[in-house]
Write a protein that binds this ligand. Sequence first.
Ligand SMILES: NC(=O)c1ccc[n+]([C@@H]2O[C@H](COP(=O)([O-])OP(=O)(O)OC[C@H]3O[C@@H](n4cnc5c(N)ncnc54)[C@H](OP(=O)(O)O)[C@@H]3O)[C@@H](O)[C@H]2O)c1
Length: 219
Amino acid sequence: MEAPGRTLAGLARTQQEGLMKIAIIGAGRVGTTLGTQFQRAGHHVVYGARTPDSPKYAGIGTVATISDAAAAADVVVLTTPWAGAQEALEGAGDLTGKVLVDATNPIGPGMVLTHGTTDSGAEQVARWVPGARVVKAFNAIGMEVMANPVFANGRSVLWMSGDDADACAQVAELAASIGFEPVRLGPLARARFQEPAALVWITASATLGREFSWGILRR
Ligand SMILES: NC(=O)c1ccc[n+]([C@@H]2O[C@H](COP(=O)([O-])OP(=O)(O)OC[C@H]3O[C@@H](n4cnc5c(N)ncnc54)[C@H](OP(=O)(O)O)[C@@H]3O)[C@@H](O)[C@H]2O)c1
């Protein structure tokens, strides 16, 4: 059966059922992994790409220009390399009022964060797109976890941060719809710690492999 968000009738259902219209900017490994999961959960997904007619996108779903994809979406997910983030956002058109999920990691050569703990990539994104409601999420886990956040002993925690409580709630709902346990760390400035957490995950993967994630032990 076709995913409900993939047709015009599906779009109408999307609006009725509270499913989301999502644009994913950057149809690479993370973009297509998240996009596949969102579509499976019933959300309407359009990928935004620099060369939407390229045969490399055959079979992934609907691919449009970055501005067309973003214009039709309520939630825009940024999944480009950090080096391409500003250019991609400049091509996205007016994102005022939209939820903008920043899944990037501002990692430069030598695995060094280009924005240290007195600033963050997410805050830089918010400065580039001041009208968007930026939420940092999906950055501190590998794409294998995005493909399946459910483990034998629980659901993967998804760290997230953002200044707009309603935007964070929407992203938490989106993350939960694909199996995550979302945990909001606080305002967007908490991305200063969430981005280094990606380096913890990447470093740990050298010994643990890539099928592990963050979890919480509670008393
Ligand atoms: N890989 C992971 O497990 C993982 C996990 C968490 C977070 N992340 C973060 O997620 C981001 C993407 O990682 P990835 O592994 O998915 O990379 P990737 O496979 O190389 O995909 C990057 C995508 O971004 C597009 N892109 C590059 N520059 C662009 C620009 N200027 N404008 C528009 N689109 C552009 C590329 O499209 P073209 O084909 O046009 O070049 C490609 O589709 C990175 O910031 C990374 O740090 C990765």
